[in-house]
Design a protein around this ligand. Structure first.
Ligand code: ACO
Length: 158
């Protein structure tokens, strides 16, 4: 992707590179939750001139199904297409690997994210009621003036 004169690349984070927790924590405020899925996931980044602009964690549910567990873009760069760039590249890569289905979950309060994911072909598949109240999130989370209570799980065929 090219924004202005700047080229953005999509690549796997190498094992020796530090995990960009500052970005992952924007999408998921629980460090424990992040660590619980990182060991079975791959971390991809969107990068410009050596600077990480966005991150996406893809977790292998099975050989045929994956889940985007975390996606986050530097706050000052929101709305410039980097999230879309990450998801489209993830879809293309997983499709080439023979993966058949991709999931992504978000909160009932994440209106912009629900818009973005549906625009990229994901459909609501399941609602896990009270997920953010019962599990791993001791502090209440509010977005858009709405409490994050339920996990909306979306999916799309690849
Ligand atoms: N609020 C309102 N609109 C949004 C939001 C939002 N939070 N996120 C995306 N959109 C809209 C954009 O306005 C844009 O609309 P348009 O195509 O009609 O112009 C469209 O979605 C595409 O947006 P992008 O520019 O491709 O998305 P961006 O680069 O901002 O990345 C992301 C989206 C990753 C959600 C980013 O906003 C972000 O880092 N948010 C904070 C962390 C977060 O909430 N991550 C997702 C949690 S769920 C999970 O991780 C599985």
């Amino acid at each position: 992707m090219i924004t202005g004169t700047t080229q953005i690349t999509f690549r796997l984070l190498a094992p020796h590179e530090p995990v960009p927790y500052h970005l992952l924590l924007i999408a998921d405020p629980s460090r424990d939750m992040i660590d619980s899925y990182l060991s079975s996931s791959r971390v991809f980044i969107a990068e410009t001139e050596g600077q990480i602009q966005g991150v996406m964690v893809i977790y292998n549910r099975t050989n045929l199904e994956v889940e985007i567990k975390n996606i986050a873009v530097e706050e000052r760069l929101h709305g410039k297409g980097i999230g879309t760039f990450l998801i489209k590249n993830g879809i293309q890569l997983c499709r080439q690997e023979g993966v058949k289905k991709m999931y992504i979950g978000t909160a009932n309060s994440s209106i912009g994210q629900l818009y973005l994911y549906q625009k990229l072909g994901f459909n609501i598949e399941e609602i896990r009621n009270n997920y953010f109240i019962n599990q791993h999130y001791p502090e209440p989370i509010f977005e858009n003036g709405i409490q994050a209570k339920h996990l909306i799980m979306l999916s799309r065929k690849l």
